[in-house]
Design a protein around this ligand. Structure first.
Ligand SMILES: Cc1cc2nc3c(=O)[nH]c(=O)nc-3n(C[C@H](O)[C@H](O)[C@H](O)COP(=O)(O)OP(=O)(O)OC[C@H]3O[C@@H](n4cnc5c(N)ncnc54)[C@H](O)[C@@H]3O)c2cc1C
Length: 509
């Protein structure tokens, strides 16, 4: 460490000292900072790549209204997912209410189904999927509790009775709407146990409903407004790209692209799994094999929303969703969402379509014009009796190419275990980890980031003050555990706070 410190000093243009360096200013970075502040520990710095807080809560101006003013659309997180419980409130819902976020109930029953010849009613398939989901959910709970080897969501659903034919494109579209649209991965590439558990933990615990943010200030206002309640400007360094992290049992030195250094007693890295997997970030010494294995074992999904504004709403104005079954390609511009519908951005004539994974990568690689022609051809198939004009505005983000995100959110592949995941969130010396992907219970969701940021900061407070802390009502002391080597499945008694599983497993069924 002494030798390493000398090297640091040589390579640092300037050195700033702080107690806790929070790497990343998204939801997890915010809740980490707030947890430190709540413990009167205000000597921390948030280092953020972009020119704003918010991370994957990211909006932009799009199109224009009658007066010529632009609308606001969300490129990243859009829903508050899991609201409506009388007993447990989703912390994201709490923030939304606190900051007066404008949002509207997403009604998944407000859906019409289409194929290449136009409207085609196959809602019976939606009902069949729902019935098998109930069976699959119970079975995945049994596998978890009885410590049985994980399987693919594909096999779990097939055993529960959902077996869409390879060429039954309507059933494939229904499956996409139910699975891929949420996880950004196919059932074949998703863990059955943890895919079902993640869904249950959010929707059985916090409530079954989702509301869509349609606030002109942008969804991230729940972060930026909350930050104003406790954060000082000098605690945030925006436009700061972290390029290197030196860690040891006694401290952490962060290197930035401009050659400056931040020396901290502890650091919390909240970068997305995609950044950890793909960016040239240099760790010194190299991260241990158990940590590198964990980082590469989980999956980062890409979820791309493609926005179009027309000069009229030619689709049924009162319907929220339109599901399209392409005759040839699964997941080809399948879910269309109207923002022109009452409660959202009425009169906006805006609709957007979502693609994930291979279809998202393809769209992100091709030009706007190529993608526009593809989506217009789909709309013209869906509405053969209407005149579908060229859009007056068209835009989509390229999540897989954003160097600060490298994708949208994480997912658990088949065969993962809780111990394997614990290795993703376990600290390495004084370098700690937080963020959406670190949440065993709510990965992929904003609430996952919210809980992980807070928990890491509270545990660090415990270490700094040489005491145990209470997290979710349980005692937590010292470093996080990690597992080396790993075994094939997790015993049920592993589902505890120690492994990042704070909720009682009775919530699983
Ligand atoms: C398209 C999309 C749709 C989504 N939909 C929903 C939804 O509807 N509901 C929901 O609950 N969740 C949704 N999510 C997931 C949700 O956005 C995330 O779970 C959450 O925002 C993650 O927060 P975080 O703090 O863990 O990570 P981030 O928000 O990624 O924060 C990490 C921060 O680190 C910064 N950073 C990265 N690299 C560096 C570097 N080298 N140096 C300095 N800073 C760096 C980034 O700029 C970023 O601000 C969606 C995400 C996407 C992308």
């Amino acid at each position: 460490y002494v030798a390493q410190r000398k090297i640091d000093e040589r390579t640092c243009k300037t050195t700033t000292k702080t107690t806790v360096a929070i790497l990343g200013g998204g939801m997890a970075g915010l809740t980490a900072a707030q947890a430190l502040h709540n413990e009167s520990m205000n000597d921390f710095l948030i280092l953020e790549y972009r020119d704003t807080l918010g991370g994957r809560m990211w909006h932009t101006e799009f199109g224009q209204d009658e007066k010529g003013d632009p609308y606001t659309v969300e490129l990243g997180a859009n829903w508050i997912q899991g609201i409506g419980s009388n007993t447990t409130e989703n912390p994201i819902w709490h923030l939304a209410k606190k900051h007066g976020l404008k949002n509207t109930y997403s009604n998944y029953d407000s859906i019409l189904t289409y194929d290449e010849h136009g409207f085609s009613n196959y809602t019976d398939l939606l009902d069949s999927y729902d019935e098998t989901s109930d069976v699959a959910s119970k079975e995945s709970g049994r596998l978890l509790i009885q410590n049985i080897q994980d399987e693919t969501a594909r096999s779990g659903y097939a055993l529960a009775g959902w077996r869409p034919g390879q060429n039954d494109m309507k059933a494939q579209a229904v499956e996409w709407w139910n699975w891929d649209w949420e996880t950004a991965w196919t059932p074949d590439t998703s863990s059955f146990i943890f895919g079902m558990a993640g869904d249950n933990l959010t929707f059985n615990q916090f409530g079954p409903d989702n509301n869509l943010a349609v606030d002109p200030r942008g969804f991230r206002t729940i972060i930026t407004d909350e930050a104003k309640t406790f954060l000082h400007e000098d605690q945030v360094h925006l436009n700061t790209e972290v390029t290197g992290i030196d860690y040891s049992p006694t401290g952490v030195t962060i290197h930035t692209k401009t050659g400056d250094c931040i020396r901290a007693a502890y650091a919390i890295c909240t970068f997305s799994l995609g950044v950890l997997q793909n960016s040239p970030l240099k760790f010194t010494p190299d991260l241990p094999l158990w940590k590198r294995t964990a980082i590469q074992s989980f999956n980062m999904g890409t979820y791309t929303k493609i926005f179009l504004q027309f000069n009229e709403t030619f689709w049924p104005e009162d319907t929220q969703y339109f599901l399209y079954a392409s005759p040839t390609e699964r997941g080809y511009y399948p879910v269309w969402q109207s923002l022109s519908t009452p409660g959202f951005l009425p009169g906006s004539n805006i609709i957007f379509v979502t693609v994930v994974q291979d279809q998202a990568y393809r769209a992100e690689r091709q030009s706007d014009e190529e993608t526009k022609q593809e989506v217009l051809a789909v709309l013209r198939d869906m509405f053969p009796d209407k005149h579908v004009p060229d859009p007056i505005a068209f835009m989509y983000p390229r999540w897989s190419m954003e160097p600060w995100a490298h994708g949208s959110y994480s997912n658990w592949p088949p065969g993962t275990t809780l111990e394997m995941h614990q290795n993703l969130r376990a600290n390495v010396d004084r370098l700690w980890w937080a963020g959406e992907a670190g949440s065993a219970s709510y990965f992929g969701f904003l609430q996952g980031a919210w809980f992980e940021g807070r928990e890491a900061a509270m545990q660090i407070v415990g270490l700094l003050q040489d005491r145990c802390v209470r997290i979710y009502g349980e005692r937590s002391c010292g470093d996080r555990v990690h597992y080396d080597p790993l075994r094939g499945s997790s015993p049920v008694d592993a589902y505890t706070l120690i492994n990042g599983w704070p909720v009682n497993s009775t919530h699983l069924e």
